[in-house]
Design a binder for this molecule. Structure first.
Ligand SMILES: *Cc1c(COP(=O)(O)O)cnc(C)c1O
Length: 387
């Protein structure tokens, strides 16, 4: 029989089969360690809201959130309603805040699944204030990012938001847009954002408004402005043990350890002769007789195509070697000339470490001219999350 449950069962018969062609392994000890590191530097009264949007930055939102629940985390943030629903269906406990806009037509689902919606402006508050039942919300205030949030100058509109009878306001927050920078002008801008937030909160509270728990910082807010005392910090990338960029300097340093290892397999090994080309576009030419391997992971799985010909490294049998030729949708090729023992089925580490050798997500991001957040969150759906 093809399809259905019987195939799934057969596929998952053994742990080894379960991994398939490309998979990630999670190091829960490191996740717990990173959480402790964050908790060590924030004020005692401040709690960590774990940002698990985009499938927990590619790690797998359900296993990561389940583990975090066990480590005592009771607040989560996601980007979309679907992400929130998945967590709730898989029995994740605590507050789940949707950071983005949810169409008003889905209001009932938010209430039914006990989710918390971000109020992005006054118009949206008015719309969500219609209908059956009350809806839990956090109010977002714009202090300079100019993405979501009611403008901090609009005190009257903000007051009206808090006065909506069907909105149960549990928190109020803002988002910093240059908290990662140590440039003087950027620090000034950030301090200004923080000050604007403080002032509008102060004004509202003096008028008797209950603003709920406050939160400002994401990972770089924690690393560069650790002294702020709020209800929560919204920790994303730091929780996963990475910085956005390798070269980032931060006010405080945390001992962050990567949670994710990305692996694949050698599908086949072959010899190519000096002068022969390899792959699409024929843009790699062997400068000597070579042994090469096809590896079963490609750009659909999150290895950026622009890493082709950039000497991006992988680890095989504890040895580093390079990706060669153009990265394809489902596969890429590696140089196996110096790795005698490499054979079909062997593991390839794309992100991770083995012994002394390491390929970090920060390195991969730098070579592909982006940030770790993008590399991790774009690890594809076909990559199996082994938990
Ligand atoms: C994604 C996001 C975060 C987490 O950011 P990191 O830099 O990964 O810690 C926090 N707050 C908001 C509003 C976000 O969109």
């Amino acid at each position: 029989m093809i399809g259905g449950i019987s195939v799934e069962r057969k596929l998952q018969r053994k742990k080894e089969d379960k991994k398939g062609r490309a998979w990630i392994e999670l190091d829960y000890k490191n996740l717990e360690h990173n959480l402790k590191e964050i908790e060590r530097v924030i004020p005692q009264e401040t709690k960590v809201m774990a940002v698990v949007k985009a499938n927990a930055y590619g790690h797998g939102a359900v296993p990561i959130s389940k583990a975090l629940n066990q480590y005592g985390i009771e607040h989560f943030a996601v980007a979309t309603l679907r992400e929130a629903l998945e967590l709730r269906r898989k029995k994740i406990k605590g507050e789940i805040l949707i950071l983005g806009y949810t169409p008003v037509g889905d209001r009932e689902l938010i209430i039914q699944y006990d989710l918390t919606q971000t109020i992005v402006d006054y118009e949206y508050a008015k719309a969500l204030n219609q209908g059956e039942g009350c809806i839990k919300v956090h109010v977002k205030i714009d202090t300079g990012m100019h993405r979501l949030g009611e403008a901090c100058e609009q005190v009257e509109l903000l007051k009206k938001i808090y006065a909506c009878p069907k909105l149960l306001v549990r928190g109020t927050y803002t988002h910093l847009c240059v908290a990662d920078s140590r440039k003087k002008a950027d620090i000034e801008f950030t301090n200004n954002q923080i000050e604007r937030f403080r002032q509008v909160i102060d004004t509202l509270q003096k008028k008797g408004v209950d603003t709920g728990e406050l939160h400002i910082q994401s990972s770089y807010g924690i690393l560069n402005y650790p002294e702020l005392s709020c209800g929560y910090v919204r920790a994303g990338i730091a929780l996963y043990g990475a910085l956005s960029s390798k070269k980032d300097k931060t006010k405080i340093k945390l001992d962050l350890k990567p949670v994710l290892t990305l692996k694949s397999r050698i599908e086949m090994v072959r010899e190519i002769k000096k002068g022969e080309t390899l792959g699409y576009g024929r843009n790699f030419t062997a400068t000597q007789d070579m042994k090469v391997g096809a590896v079963s992971i490609g750009y659909c799985d999150g290895i950026p195509r622009n890493l082709s010909l950039e000497n991006q490294e992988v680890i095989i049998h504890g040895k580093k070697t390079n990706i060669v030729g153009n990265i394809c949708m489902d596969q890429l090729s590696v140089d196996l000339t110096a790795i005698e023992e490499a054979k079909q089925g062997d593991e390839v580490i794309l992100i991770g470490e083995y012994g002394k050798e390491k390929v970090s997500v920060e390195e991969m991001a730098e070579r592909s001219k982006t940030i770790s957040n993008e590399i991790l969150s774009r690890i594809g759906e076909r990559v199996i999350r082994v938990s």
